[in-house]
Design a protein around this ligand. Structure first.
Ligand code: ADP
Length: 396
């Protein structure tokens, strides 16, 4: 049972053909700089990678090229569905959905909440429907997992009517990853399905933490947009909102530009002045670069504070899960963060932490409970699993 997984960004298209039952990825790839003369399509299969230039190609052409490739590999006919990553489902979706005209209309209604992401997601859906008119299409939302948050977690202390009038509430993101790694962590730790308290830390270019109580998200660090919460590669995370007006007035410039700087010129990049890439920041910090050191300190400090804060809705901590490029690979970030959380009963196992930084996954603390562990995320596999489950339900 194979699923085509699609993730369309404004100028990119990521795809993978996955057999979710066997957790096998047959082929994957990415179209980049789409709509420009530098557009390319990279395809990975069996450990080898091919790349081709597709000058001027837009999403449609790139996806057509992908389909041709799948045909030549004999994979196009064996598909049971197409799973689409959709970033913002607002309050309208609490799970993955077979795509119907009504679902498309609702995703369109969520465009004001996800103006950068939902339109290209919709382009992907439209093209896939044209190319595979007979095939089941499923939307898997970044926000859906967090729809179980209680009002006390999702309400902002602002004029209450803003929620109804403007959709101002916390939605949370990275839900597919948090859901996937929380499930994996249960399997790895043996914690009971019906009684567990886990914090998942997804640390990639974007970063967020989620409190998972018995399989459900009860709070998360991102909010109305993915700008809230932890310090990230280029995003500030939570700051005093008055900064926006203050800097705009000082510059005699628009608030939008300040907001853009909070999204694109802040975080690791803004503080270090060097890079948004954790590897570069760690290397410079180790070499004595003062601002890189501060950026690394601040990253771990705000992360540890947020994790500790998420123990409030959980009432206790059974497991802390590190995932994403930083969470899976940075022994330094994990060691520092666990070190700051010693008061919760976490004690680093330095030897295990060093090993788990090199491809192996598992526990990095000494005690049984609470424990910290590394879990590799796989959002594409989760999307494929959801799509296959819906396909089974549809009797395909
Ligand atoms: P995305 O959120 O775009 O999917 P990733 O999950 O791949 O990104 O995470 C990218 C981040 O992971 C970057 O900051 C990168 O520096 C960091 N990273 C990857 N490998 C390492 C490593 N060995 N040590 C520290 N950070 C790493």
């Amino acid at each position: 049972m194979n699923v085509l997984v699609l993730n369309c960004g404004s100028s990119s298209l990521k795809f993978a053909v996955i057999d979710p039952g066997a957790s096998v990825e047959h082929v994957s790839g990415i179209g980049q700089r789409l709509g420009t003369p530098e557009a390319t399509l990279d395809i990975k299969r069996n450990g080898s990678k091919s790349s081709r230039a597709m000058p001027g190609a837009a999403h449609g052409e790139a996806l057509r090229a992908v389909v041709e490739e799948l045909r030549s590999l004999g994979l196009a006919d064996a598909l049971v569905g197409v799973g689409h990553r959709v970033v913002h489902g607002g309050s309208k979706f609490s799970g993955s959905m077979p795509i119907t005209p009504e679902v498309i209309a609702k995703i369109e209604e969520c465009v004001p909440l996800g103006p950068l992401h939902n339109p290209p997601n919709l382009v992907g859906i439209k093209i896939a429907k044209e190319l595979f008119p007979e095939l089941l299409q499923v939307a898997v939302f970044d926000t859906a997992f967090h729809q179980t948050m209680p009002a006390v977690a999702y309400t902002y202390p602002v004029p209450y009517e803003w929620q109804d009038s403007y959709g101002v509430r916390r939605y949370g993101f990275h839900g597919t990853s948090h859901r996937f790694v929380a499930k994996q962590a249960l399997a790895q730790t043996g914690l009971p399905t019906g009684d567990h308290a886990i914090v998942t830390a997804h640390l990639g270019n974007g970063c967020s933490c989620t409190a998972v109580r018995n399989g459900k998200s009860v709070d998360t660090t991102m909010g109305l947009t993915p700008l809230e919460g932890l310090m990230m590669g280029t995003r500030s995370g939570s700051v005093d909102p008055a900064i926006v007006g203050h800097v705009a007035a000082a510059r005699k410039g628009p608030a939008e530009k300040v907001l853009d700087d909070l999204n694109k010129k802040s975080g690791l990049l803004g503080v270090s002045g060097l890079s948004n890439d954790m590897r570069a920041v760690e290397e410079a910090a180790a070499g004595g670069h003062e601002r890189a050191r501060l950026a690394l300190d601040l990253f771990c400090y705000t992360l540890a504070k947020s994790i500790a804060g998420l123990v409030v809705p959980l009432g206790r901590l059974d497991a802390l899960v590190f995932t994403g490029g930083i969470g899976e690979n940075s022994t330094t970030v994990r060691a520092r963060t666990v070190g700051l959380l010693g008061f919760l009963g976490l004690e680093l196992d330095a030897a295990a932490n060093a090993v788990h930084g090199k491809g192996q996954r598992g526990r990095i603390t000494t005690g049984e409970r609470p424990q910290a562990l590394v879990v590799a995320t796989n959002e594409e596999l989760m999307i494929a699993m959801d799509t296959a489950e819906i396909a089974r339900g549809n009797g395909r």
